[in-house]
Structures are given as structure tokens and as C-alpha cells.
Design a protein around this ligand. Structure first.
Ligand code: ADP
Length: 467
């Protein structure tokens, strides 16, 4: 078969196409509509349209010029359609201008269509490329417009079934009753982006856990064109996590009872040794060490019990008016006793009252100050400071210890996360900051960190002022 070069193809489209179309239309006029003594403008506009649509802008312009010439000078009836008298020349001129505008509009339209097709194709390639992810395109009311292959496989619906289905159909009954899908869309539209995780249902009612983001795509005028949901099916990880949490919960509860009993026996033993007529100092010291270690163990168990309670949503706050000065004083006294070499400097207005759960806020501060001590091997100063306004009091815990690298700062609030380097000797479970930030979340607050590696860290959060 004869192979045409792209250049020749372009030439033929640019010049050949308008000639062929105009001749074809002229023939139609001659053969079928010769008796029709009506204006033939519209008929020849078809030539401009076809040439502009299938050819290039130049094809449309050429079709405009030759249509005008054919009608006016090759003298297709009705003869009075175009002639050389001024009014006819005027209408020929108008035809040229209209044809030119028409060609430009058609070309712009076809370019826009091509761009849209290209970007949809690019999107399709990207969406199919991320084969681990479920990708859904939604309109602003949540109707699904497009999905990738992974979404088809995970959700169990084929493309035709899912198109136009509202995303709320993937939520379980409880979440549907809470209108959670609508809330997620609202937040994604207003913030531009929403992190989402939770259980969803496939076509056959089977649950799967997703984690990902819902992002709004906006037009130039700020209106929302569509939403893109990119999720990962994390069902297996979620189940593993649940099994691990269950194990921690069972193990902690099983440990609690014997540790409490051993502690009791150790304390009785300690008292017993001290009441002996000849006190064996070695035994006294050893029993004291035993009690110290058991205290550490009890602390760890307390941590794990708190973690379990948080996981099960079982932390219930008893909010009341709390005087911060009082809590700060108690903490200072206990640090003075347990770590006398560390100095806690307090900068606080003694009339600072907040609405909080007293014990939980004390726990938050103890966690942060314990960390400040733990991670400051070469500095002995810790600052505890408050700044208040009418609505909130912000509490800062500052140390001058080892600090935290920028890229690790976001992760330290996750469960079981510990920064490995340089800290192998500092013990911990990686739960303190997780528990702290979960307790603060329950107070509608958030824990933040400002830190510089080698220079120290400042952790801070705000609480509602009590009147
Ligand atoms: P843990 O102290 O038991 O490891 P946390 O959840 O309290 O667990 O802290 C998580 C990680 O954050 C720690 O392992 C440590 O690397 C880092 N970190 C926390 N507080 C500080 C601090 N004040 N200075 C430096 N690093 C800190």
C-alpha cells in the first residue's frame, strides 16, 4: 500500500480538502438545488465547517475564500446571490469575515477537545499505572465518574455499574447514617484535600479498609470541577494491627496482676528486713533495687493499658476547671525528688485556669517533661512556659537536648515510633507521644513540636481558658 508522508498528508488536508469539499457542495447545488432561488450562504458555510473541522485553520480559511469566489464568479444560480455590484461585494466581504471567524472558532474548539482528550488519556495512564491504588473521579455531589482497574477489582463493580453511583454507597450503614461521605466531600472541597481512612463495602457487602486522600480539582474561578479519590486497600495491615493490639491488651492485663502481687511482696520484704534486729544492708539495698525495677515495670504496664484504652476509644475525660500553677508545682516537686540534677524553670501566670481533665493533663505534662529529661543527656535545664489569650492558654515544654531532625518530626507522634540513631541506650516503647497527642485530641487540642537537631526541642499545645 502507498504510504503517505506526514508532510504530504498535511498539504492535502490544508489545500486539497477545501477544494474537494467546495466542489462537492457546488455539485450538490447544481444537481439538486438549482431551482432553489434562495441564498446559498449556509450551504457554503458547510464547506468551511467541514474543512475547518477535519483540516487545519488554513483549510477553513481557504474554504472561505474559494466558496466566496465560486459563488460570486463561477456564477452558480441564483445569479443574484453574489455579483460585483457594491451591495453584493459587501455581502461577499461579510461572508469572508464570518467564514474566517467560523474557522478560528472551530479550530479553537478542536484544539480544546484535543487537549481534554490528551489530559484524560494522561490521567488514565497515571491512574492505571498506580496499580496498588484505587482511583475514583467524582463530581462535586459525590457521583462516581470514572475509576481505574484496581478500583474495579477491589470494589467488585464493573465500570458501567459504578458510573453515576454515589460514593456514599461504598460506606457502611452506620457511616451512611452519619452522612460521612457528604462530610468528607465538604471538607475536601473547603480545604482542597482530606486524608481519609475507614471501612468501606464492596458490591457484595464485604468490608475492606482504605486509607488515602480525597482532593478537589478547581476551575480558574475557584468552583470545584471534580474530586479525585486515591485510596489504598489496607485491609490486611488493619487486621494485623488489630491482632497485635489485641495481643498487647491481653498480655498487659495478664502481666498487671502478678506485677502488683510481686510489688506487694517486695514492699513487705523491705519492711520486714528493716525491722530485723541486725539489719543486713546488702539485703536492704537489693530489695530497694527490686522495688525500683518493679516501679518501672508498673509504669510500662500503665502505658500499655492507656494505649489499649485509646485504641478501643475507652478514654473518658472528666473535664473541670484546672489551675495550671497547681499541676506545675506538683510536677516540679516530683522532679526535684526523682531527678534532682535537672532544673525545671516555670514561667506562668498563677491565675491560669483551663478546662481539662486534671489527671490526663498532668499525664501529658509528665510525659513531655520525662522525655525532655530522657533526651537531654548533656543539659540540665527544662523550661515550662505558658502564653495566654482570652480563649486559650498555650503550654510550652522546652529542652536543650539532642533535638529531632526535621524529617522525623512528623513521625514521632505515631504509635511505636522511635528514632533509632544515637538512642539505642535510651529505653522506651515509642508510645509516650502517641498517648499524649491522643489525650490532647480528646481535649480538641493538638500537640506540636519545634526542634533543631543538637540544639533541643519545644513541644507545645493549647487548652481552652476557664473563666
Ligand atoms: P519513647 O520516648 O518511649 O521512645 P515517645 O513516643 O515518647 O517514645 O517518643 C518518640 C520518639 O520521639 C522518641 O523515641 C525520641 O526519638 C523522640 N523524642 C521525643 N521527645 C523528644 C525530645 N524531647 N527530644 C528529642 N527527641 C524526642
Amino acid at each position: 500500500m502507498l504510504k503517505m508522508s506526514p508532510k504530504l498528508r498535511l498539504r492535502l488536508l490544508q489545500y486539497g480538502l477545501p477544494f474537494v469539499v467546495v466542489i462537492l457542495i457546488a455539485c450538490i447545488k447544481f444537481i439538486f438545488l438549482n431551482e432553489l432561488h434562495e441564498s446559498i450562504f449556509l450551504l457554503f458555510f458547510c464547506a468551511v465547517l467541514v474543512s475547518g473541522w477535519y483540516g487545519t485553520l488554513r483549510s477553513g480559511l481557504i474554504a472561505t475564500v474559494i466558496s466566496g469566489l465560486v459563488v460570486n464568479y463561477i456564477f452558480i444560480p441564483p445569479a443574484f446571490a453574489f455579483s460585483t455590484d457594491p451591495p453584493s461585494l459587501y455581502s461577499t466581504g461579510i461572508f469572508f469575515i464570518e467564514g474566517t471567524l467560523f474557522s478560528i472558532i472551530i479550530k479553537a474548539h478542536s484544539l480544546a477537545r484535543k487537549k481534554i482528550a490528551e489530559s484524560s488519556e494522561r490521567f488514565r495512564i497515571v491512574a492505571e499505572g498506580v496499580s496498588d491504588y484505587i482511583v475514583l473521579i467524582l463530581n462535586p455531589s459525590g457521583e462516581i465518574q470514572s475509576i481505574n482497574n484496581t478500583a474495579e477489582k477491589t470494589l467488585g463493580y464493573n465500570r458501567d455499574e459504578i458510573i453515576k453511583l454515589n460514593i456514599s454507597n461504598l460506606y457502611n450503614t452506620k457511616d451512611r447514617r452519619r452522612r460521612l461521605a457528604k462530610k468528607h466531600i465538604f471538607q475536601a472541597i473547603h480545604k482542597g484535600h482530606k486524608e481519609i481512612s475507614g471501612w468501606r463495602l464492596n458490591k457484595y457487602g464485604k468490608s475492606f479498609w482504605i486509607q488515602g486522600t480525597l482532593s478537589a480539582i478547581k476551575n480558574n474561578d475557584g468552583s470545584v470541577r471534580s474530586l479525585v479519590a486515591v485510596f489504598k486497600d489496607m485491609t490486611r495491615e488493619k487486621i494485623q494491627q488489630r491482632e497485635r493490639d489485641d495481643f498487647i491488651s491481653i498480655a498487659t492485663h495478664e502481666l498487671k496482676q502478678p506485677v502488683t502481687s510481686i510489688m506487694l511482696y517486695a514492699q513487705i520484704l523491705y519492711k520486714h528486713i528493716q525491722t530485723q534486729s541486725s539489719i543486713d544492708l546488702k539485703s536492704v539495698q537489693l530489695t530497694k533495687n527490686l522495688i525500683d525495677q518493679l516501679n518501672k515495670m508498673s509504669e510500662l504496664i500503665k502505658f500499655l493499658l492507656d494505649f489499649t484504652r485509646i485504641q478501643r476509644g475507652k478514654i473518658i475525660l472528666k473535664k473541670e476547671k484546672v489551675n495550671l500553677q497547681e499541676i506545675f508545682g506538683q510536677i516540679k516537686a516530683s522532679i526535684h525528688q526523682s531527678c534532682p540534677e535537672y532544673k525545671l524553670f516555670i514561667e506562668n501566670n498563677e491565675k491560669n485556669y483551663v478546662i481539662a481533665d486534671r489527671e490526663r493533663i498532668r499525664q501529658v505534662l509528665v510525659n513531655l517533661i520525662t522525655n525532655a529529661i530522657k533526651y537531654s543527656p548533656n543539659s540540665r535545664q527544662i523550661n515550662l512556659k505558658t502564653i495566654s489569650n482570652k480563649k486559650h492558654i498555650t503550654i510550652f515544654v522546652q529542652d536543650f537536648g539532642i533535638g529531632i531532625a526535621k524529617d522525623k518530626q512528623e513521625m514521632i507522634f505515631s504509635r511505636f515510633y522511635r528514632i533509632a540513631e544515637k538512642q539505642t541506650k535510651i529505653s522506651g516503647l515509642g508510645l509516650g507521644l502517641y498517648i499524649t497527642s491522643e489525650i490532647l485530641k480528646k481535649h480538641a487540642s493538638k500537640l506540636y513540636v519545634d526542634s533543631q537537631l543538637g540544639k533541643g526541642s519545644t513541644f507545645y499545645f493549647s487548652l481552652r481558658t476557664a473563666k
